[in-house]
Every structure is written in C-alpha cells, then in structure tokens.
Design a protein around this ligand. Sequence first.
Ligand SMILES: [Zn+2]
Length: 201
Amino acid sequence: MGTSLGRFKFLVSSFMFRIASGNLKPETCNQEPKATHDALRGARSSVMTEKGTIVYGVDPLIIRDHYEIDYHHSYAQDSPFFVGLTKGQLLGSRCTACGYTYATPRAHCMGCGAATSWFALPLTGRVHTFTTCHYGGEVFLKETPFTLILVEFNGADTLFLSRLKGLRPDAVRIGLPVVARFAKAPAFKVTDVWFEPADQE
Ligand SMILES: [Zn+2]
C-alpha cells in the first residue's frame, strides 16, 4: 500500500513537473505556459500528454477514456409485436386458457399463468386517460410538452400506453377516438407506433 502510494505520488509529481516545464500541450490553440497551467485548473479545459491522453485535472486525476460497445439485443418472445409494427400491425396477446386479452405483448397470462397467443388489435381505439409531459428523457426533451395516452380497444381487456400526436395538449379529452400511425422507417422500438385523433382521417 505504502509503496504503491509512493509510486502514485511520484507519477503525479512527475506529471506536474512536465506540465510546469511545458511538456504537456493544451488542447486549445493557446500554448503559452500560463495558459497550460490555467487550463488544468479550469473545469472545462484539458491538456494532452505526449502520448495523446486527454487530462482534465490531477486532483482528482481525470482523463478521457474512449468506451464503445455493440450490444446484441434480443426481443425474444416480444419479437412478433415489434416486427408487427413494421407491417402496420398492432398485436395483442390472448390467454389460451382463460381467454383474458392483453393490449400488449405478454407471453403468459397474469391471471392464470397459461401461455398466450397473438391476435391483431384494431387500429382505432379511444383515449382512456392521458397526461401532459412537460419534462422527459433526453430523446424526448425537445418535444415537450407532449401527450401520453392509455388507449382502450374494443376486444381487449387491458390498455396500451402510447404518444398522442396532432393535437394540442389542452385539447385532449377522455373518450377521444384515436387511430394508430406507424413509422415509415421503423427503429424496432415502441415509438414506432403512436396515435392521432381519428376524426382527422
Ligand atoms: Zn389466463
């Protein structure tokens, strides 16, 4: 422990010496020694080592480390639902034992535990309830305020959460007829489907 700490202190002091002696160049075009020193103190500044490591500061030591990964995501038993969206289909699931119908992908019944089978939901429904979102995740932030609705369908026992587009948030009402719309360029995400007022047909 003591040895590694001493080694670390040596590395830091060596590093600081090289900064002071001008061996580290700031990323910015200003390469004067004082600017280099100030760059290390500034929260938004950085310097680059001779080997190209970007250093944001030494207490604590913070460097830039590139990280990238490809993730093979399996939709498993939900796959038919997302493939259906690319064909303009909304697929629900029906319990093969008790007949309960879900307006969402569900491999097994919540009530009795039996396996379900897929069925096509109607593409029109009604607003069961809604909420206006004035804040959202980074992807949706620029679209605020937007409306989320729970859609009820004839022939389905549960609801479907989706976006309502094409209507001002203060004009949304419970019971409003809505129609499903599908992305022309699907991303295999649940945002590939949304709803619009059906009376705009
Ligand atoms: Zn069941």
